[in-house]
Design a protein around this ligand. Structure first.
Ligand code: C5P
Length: 241
């Protein structure tokens, strides 16, 4: 029997460690994940953006919300790139050659995304694409089912939550700060409706993984949340003090 040459071995990139951050919308996951990725120099997966892009592509191609096969095909063949060419401008999302960054984060896109995300075949179509973000350096994965479904053996799992009123207040201030009109009771109602859809769907519902640390950020600053997660990362051996 001949020896195996190193060159004959399959080119498998070693999967690095993963920290998952799940929780409802507006709990501060996005900011926390960006802080963690910057601190650790790890890659970042914003899985919500994939569901949002699927929603936008469905709208663009006039695929109805009850056309499951059509939505699955859209999710399976997404032509999307996440580009970071200018640090100031942040990640730019390019869908089928068009920059869709500004329409990605609207309430309307979020609401359609949460309907699309309740469809089993759409979730399956996006599963491998999400796992493909894993890198040898490490990955911070932001979403709803990162610790329960996509990366069940993650080294550290965080579930970040806050009351619907507090999350509504944060969103309200954000909208006013960027010069938009906003109606606080309506925002809180929308948040509750989205929570309800995300938590009560039959497939991959939003819930903490059994081994997740749960952080309620209702009366915490994002810096204290960040410190708490860093301490947990030290404890898990992912970083030294
Ligand atoms: O996090 P973000 O608000 O961008 O997510 C938009 C929607 O996508 C969520 O309300 C949720 O329904 C869905 N989503 C999901 N699973 C994920 C990430 C997002 O179902 N991992």
């Amino acid at each position: 029997m001949s020896d195996i040459e190193v060159n004959d071995l399959p080119d498998v990139q070693l999967a690095g460690p993963v920290i998952t951050v799940d929780g409802p919308s507006g709990a501060g996951k996005g900011t926390l994940c960006q802080m963690l990725a910057a601190k650790l120099s790890w890659a970042l997966l914003d899985s919500g953006a994939l569901y949002r892009v699927t929603a936008l592509a469905a709208k663009q191609h006039a695929v109805a919300m009850d056309n499951e096969a059509g939505l699955e095909a859209i999710a399976a063949h997404l032509d999307v790139q996440f580009q970071v060419s200018d640090k100031e401008a942040g990640v730019q999302v390019i869908l089928e050659g068009e920059n869709v960054t500004s329409s990605l984060r609207t309430e309307e896109t979020g609401a359609i995304a949460s309907q699309v995300a309740a469809i089993n075949s759409v979730r399956s179509a996006l599963l491998e694409r999400q796992r493909g973000f894993q890198q040898s350096a490490g990955l911070i994965a932001d979403g709803r089912d990162m610790g329960t479904v996509v990366f069940p053996s993650a080294e550290l799992k965080v579930y970040l939550t806050a009351s619907a009123e507090e999350r509504g207040q944060r969103r309200y201030k954000q909208l006013l700060g960027s010069g938009n009109n906003a109606n606080l009771p309506q925002i809180i109602e929308d948040i509750r409706a989205r929570d309800d859809r995300d938590m009560n769907r039959s497939i991959a519902p939003l819930k903490p993984a059994e081994d997740a640390i749960i952080i309620d950020s209702t009366s915490m600053s994002i810096e204290s949340v960040f410190d708490q997660v860093l301490q947990a990362a030290v404890k898990a051996g992912l970083l030294s003090e």
